[in-house]
Design a protein around this ligand. Structure first.
Ligand code: FAD
Length: 489
């Protein structure tokens, strides 16, 4: 059997391990940390609070189910989820509140009632987002864009032909301004640029298809929280014979004189493998593990996506008006993105995202309490004064939340943990702590991500959020599919 090493037990690495084990490879996963998950980890705070550490929104759950089916298992024996309804509670700066219902018609009627925009306009916009997704996403996200053969397939040629109408010359924000006159609705749909760490004022209008994922296809909640996705897939991988080696960071990828990968080296020793798949961020893979090899500098120089500042708070009260996903918008969205992407700092009035899972998973907090994951979009780490930014932003967040909820929040915080961009970089080795690898702030970004294979080194492959097709759980799962398809060729 072919022997394949995977560097990193992030969701992309775990999914690749499952696929290759099913294909008959002997698979060993080397993980630097003491456990699996990477960005998708979990943490516990004193007093009985559990949190999902990173991702909180789950879309396209069939991509997880596919892995169990591929292995001949019933996904429901491992992993269960339900469709979320409502999806998000929105709090605008002017005091308006809006509930995003799962049903598109109900959501559109809510918008008409609360903001005055005709429901028909909202439905037309969502339908267009759905058409754009159908026309392109399936094709671009499920194939390597970096193999000439990809461009010969009729479906790819059709998707390429459709691209210009989908808005390559205008920005996402311009698209939303053209669709809606109410700035609150523009802000609501602009927010979807942050789903891959981008800026709605720069990202191409093509990204206006992202709302379709949540509103057309659905947002889902896994039983036990997001971490259950990683847990159930690791269980499957182990049943398939995959070996996980924790606390064993890879130091070097070994390459023969003929530019063929021959294995890897850790502090425990050197190992021979037929293939190596790197699930760690592509920048440190080249800089540290392949230091003696030429690196694809143009690709590595692509601007990074945004990062995050997260406050994990155990809250000593319940807030029935809040759901799983809650957004407290800032007054000046443009200012906020200028701060992140042009000034590399955090605006004084940031939009605040609060994720609470204890309503669905009561064991995540003691009775009468809640587990709040409070997140702000911030620039990736370039040496900013993070301790000062954390203090300033914590005060701004408390002000905004206390004002919106009509109660002083600070005394309700019973436990706290903070994760900032240097912390994200240290724990996951993602470059600068960027959440989604490179950003999608320009039209060609999709074509500029690192491919899922090395063009120079035979036997070297890449999966995970820093390479094609992109960051976020669904795209990481698709990267695993592309890598295993490439290995079959
Ligand atoms: P990563 O999670 O990046 O893991 C890489 C692994 O490689 C790590 O375990 C690391 O320890 C290991 N590693 C690194 N170097 C080495 C080495 N030398 N040797 C061995 N192992 C090594 N996505 C969504 O879909 N929805 C969301 O709501 C969402 N929100 C997010 C919020 C936050 C705060 C964060 C951080 C991310 C969020 N994301 C979200 C993005 C999503 O979490 C990531 O895209 C995805 O989990 C990345 O998976 P990955 O496969 O790239 O691996």
């Amino acid at each position: 059997a072919a022997a394949t090493a995977i560097i990193g037990a992030g969701i992309g690495g775990i999914a690749t391990a499952v696929r290759l084990a099913v294909a008959g490879h002997r698979v060993v996963v080397f993980e630097a940390q003491e456990s699996f998950g990477g960005k998708m980890h979990q943490l516990e705070l004193p007093g009985g609070y559990r949190f999902d550490g990173g991702p909180s929104l789950f879309t396209l759950p069939h991509l997880v189910d596919d892995l169990f089916r591929l292995a001949g298992r019933d996904p429901r024996d491992y992993f269960r989820y339900q469709r979320l309804d409502p999806i998000t509670e929105y709090f605008f700066a002017d005091g308006t509140r809006l509930t995003a219902w799962a049903d598109e018609e109900k959501f559109a009627r809510e918008i008409e009632a609360k903001l005055g925009t005709p429901a028909a306009d909202v439905l037309a916009f969502l339908a267009r987002s759905g058409r754009a997704y159908e026309a392109t996403a399936g094709t671009f996200l499920q194939k390597s864009l970096h193999k000439a053969g990809t461009y010969l397939s009729p479906e790819v040629l059709k998707a390429l032909a459709a691209l210009p109408q989908l808005g390559l010359t205008s920005t996402m924000h311009q698209r939303h301004q053209a669709a809606f006159s109410d700035p609150r609705l523009v802000q609501l749909f602009d927010r979807f640029a942050t789903y891959n760490g981008s800026d709605p004022y720069q990202a191409p209008a093509t990204l206006s298809m992202i709302p379709h994922l949540e509103h057309g296809i659905g947002a889902f909640y896994p039983e036990g929280g997001i971490y259950a996705i990683a847990q159930s897939l690791v269980r499957l991988a182990q049943e398939l014979g995959v070996e996980f080696r924790y606390c064993e960071p890879v130091r070097e990828i070994l390459v023969s004189a003929g530019s063929r990968v021959t294995g890897l080296r850790t502090d425990q020793g050197s190992y021979q493998f037929d293939q190596v798949v790197s699930n760690m961020d592509v920048v440190p893979t080249y800089r540290h593990l392949l230091a003696a090899q030429p690196a694809p500098e143009r690709t590595l120089a692509q601007p990074r996506s945004s990062s995050a500042l997260i406050f994990y708070w155990g809250i000593g009260r319940r807030f029935p008006e809040l759901g799983v996903h809650n957004i407290f918008f800032s007054e000046d969205y443009k200012r906020e993105f200028e701060a992140i992407f042009r000034e590399q700092t955090i605006s004084a009035d940031p939009t605040v995202y609060v994720n609470i899972t204890s309503g669905h998973t009561p064991t995540d907090a003691p009775a009468g309490h809640e587990n709040w994951f409070v997140m702000i979009n911030v620039p990736h780490d370039q040496g900013q004064d993070w301790p000062a930014l954390v203090v300033q932003t914590r005060a701004a967040v408390l002000r905004r939340l206390s004002q919106a909820l009509g109660t002083d929040l600070a005394p309700l915080i019973r436990a706290e943990h903070v994760w900032d961009p240097p912390g994200i970089a240290a724990r996951t080795s993602s470059f600068g702590g960027a959440l989604y690898g490179s950003s999608s702030n320009n039209t060609l970004a999709a074509f500029l991500r690192h491919p899922n294979f090395s063009g120079r080194l035979k036997g070297l492959y890449f999966c995970g959020g820093s390479v094609h097709p992109g960051g976020g759980i669904p795209l990481c799962l698709l990267s695993a599919q592309i890598v295993s398809d490439l290995l079959k060729d």
